[in-house]
Design a protein around this ligand. Structure first.
Ligand code: UD1
Length: 383
C-alpha cells in the first residue's frame, strides 16, 4: 500500500487503527475507543502487539475497561529492545497492509508505540500520538527515545500538559500539529470513579483505608542491576507498613535472579501480590496513605486522589504533578525518603491542586474531534 492522500476505507468511513501493546496503553486507549466508536464517520479498530501477554498484564484490562477484541493480535511477546521493536514492525506492517488504515493512533512511550509509528509513516499513513511531548531528559530511559522518535514521526500530537507543548516547540515541531488536550489518564480515572469508589480492594486484604502504603517498582534503572534493586528493596524497609506491593514480572525475575526475594519478603508488613487489574489497583491507590513508585502514570492518578506519591527516580516526564500534584522525586535517596515521611507525619506534605480543572476534561472527545477534522480535511501525509 502506498498512498499520498487520506482516503476512505471500503466501508465508506475513515478507518482508524489504535495500536496497544503494554499495560499502560490499555487505559489510555479505552476512552479514545469510546469517543471514536460514537462517531459515524469513523470505523475504529484495535491492534494488540502482544508486548504484554500475561492475563494479569493484558487481557484483564480488556475485560475491565470494556475494550473490544483487537482486529489483529500480533503475539510478539518479550525480548530485547531491538528484537521486540523489530518484531512489532514486521508484524504491524503486515497488519497495516491488510487493514489499510486512514490514520494510526499510538499512545504513550512503550516499544510498541515507536514501532507502530515508524511502520505507519513508512507506509504513508498519518500518525496521531496521544501523550506527545513528555520528556524526562534522561537518555538512559528506553521510553525517552521512544517519546522523541514517535513525536517526530507524528502528524497529530496530543499533549497532556503545558510542558509537553514547550518541549515540542523547542524541538522545532510545527505547532499546527500540536494540540494541548489534557491528560487521558485522568479522563479514564474520572470515567471509572464510581466503580473505583465501590471497589474497596483494601478490605479484601484485611486492611483499613488510609492505613497502608502501596508500592510499584519495575523500571530497568531500579530493578535490572543487583545493587540498585537491593537499594530499592532496602528503601522499602523504611516505609511504614503494612505495604502492599503488586510485583511486575520484570521485578519478580530480577528479585529471583539476584537472590533478593527473601530480603523483600522479610520486610515486616510486606504484602506482595501479582500485578493488579486496573480497578483493583486504582482502588488500592485511592485507599493508600502513600504510594512509592517509579511509574509515570501513577503520578497523575495519585495527584487526582491527593495521595502523596514518592517517585523512586531522579526525574519525571510529567513535571506538572511535581508542581501542582503530589509527586516528590526521591530517587533512591534515604534522606529524601525520610524527609518526605516526616512531612507526611506532621501533615506538611503538599496537597494536590484540582488537577482536572487545571488540565481540562473531555480529553478523548477533543482528540476524536480533531482526528475527524483532520481526516475530513484530507490531509496529505507529509513524508
Ligand atoms: C514496559 C514499558 C514501560 C512500562 C511497562 C509497564 C517499554 C520500553 N517499556 O516495560 O514503559 O512502564 O511496560 O508495565 O516498552 N513480562 C511477562 N509478562 C508480560 C509482559 C512482560 O512476564 O505480560 C516480563 C518478561 O520477562 C519481559 C519483562 O517482563 O522480558 C519486561 O517486559 P517488557 O515489555 O520488555 O518491559 P516492561 O518492563 O514491562
Amino acid at each position: 500500500m502506498s498512498r499520498e492522500i487520506v482516503s476512505r476505507s471500503d466501508s465508506g468511513r475513515y478507518r482508524v487503527v489504535t495500536v496497544v501493546g503494554a499495560r499502560p496503553n490499555f487505559m489510555k486507549a479505552a476512552p479514545i475507543e469510546r469517543a471514536l466508536f460514537s462517531r459515524p464517520a469513523v470505523e475504529h479498530l484495535l491492534v494488540h502487539t502482544g508486548q504484554h501477554y500475561d492475563q494479569a498484564m493484558s487481557s484483564v484490562f480488556f475485560e475491565e475497561l470494556g475494550l473490544r477484541e483487537p482486529a489483529r493480535h500480533l503475539g510478539v511477546g518479550s525480548g530485547r529492545h531491538g528484537e521486540m521493536t523489530g518484531k512489532i514492525m514486521i508484524a504491524f506492517e503486515q497488519a497495516c497492509l491488510e487493514l489499510e488504515p486512514d490514520l494510526v493512533v499510538v499512545v504513550g512511550d512503550v516499544n510498541s508505540t515507536v514501532a507502530a509509528a515508524l511502520v505507519a509513516r513508512k507506509l504513508f499513513v498519518p500518525v496521531a500520538h496521544v501523550e506527545a511531548g513528555l520528556r524526562s531528559f534522561d537518555e538512559s530511559m528506553p521510553e525517552e527515545h521512544n517519546r522523541r522518535l514517535t513525536d517526530h514521526l507524528s502528524n497529530l500530537l496530543f499533549a497532556s500538559e503545558p510542558s509537553a507543548v514547550t518541549n515540542l516547540n523547542r524541538e522545532g515541531i510545527d505547532s499546527d500539529r500540536v494540540h494541548l488536550v489534557g491528560d487521558i489518564m485522568l479522563e479514564t480515572l474520572q470515567g471509572f470513579l464510581p466503580r473505583i469508589r465501590e471497589r474497596r480492594r483494601w478490605e479484601e486484604l484485611g486492611l483499613a483505608k488510609g492505613c497502608y502504603s502501596l508500592a510499584t517498582i519495575h523500571r530497568p534503572s531500579n530493578v535490572d542491576d543487583p545493587r540498585s534493586l537491593e537499594e530499592t528493596v532496602r528503601l522499602l524497609r523504611l516505609v511504614p507498613g503494612p505495604t502492599v506491593f503488586p510485583v511486575h514480572p520484570r521485578t519478580v525475575a530480577s528479585l529471583e535472579k539476584f537472590g533478593l526475594t527473601g530480603l523483600l519478603h522479610d520486610i515486616p508488613g510486606m504484602v506482595t501480590l501479582a500485578p493488579e487489574p486496573y480497578l483493583e489497583f486504582v482502588s488500592l491507590l485511592e485507599g493508600a496513605r502513600v504510594v512509592i513508585t517509579d511509574s509515570g502514570s501513577i503520578q497523575a492518578e495519585a495527584s487526582l486522589f491527593d495521595v502523596p506519591c514518592l517517585v523512586c527516580r531522579e526525574n519525571t516526564e510529567r513535571p506538572i504533578y511535581v508542581e501542582q500534584g503530589t509527586t516528590e522525586l526521591v530517587g533512591r535517596d534515604v534522606e529524601k525518603f525520610r524527609e518526605a515521611f516526616e512531612k507526611m507525619a506532621s501533615g506538611q506534605f503538599k496537597k494536590s491542586a484540582p488537577m482536572v480543572s487545571t488540565l481540562g476534561l473531555h480529553v478523548a472527545e477533543k482528540i476524536a474531534e480533531i482526528m475527524v477534522d483532520y481526516l475530513t480535511a484530507g490531509h496529505k501525509s507529509s513524508l
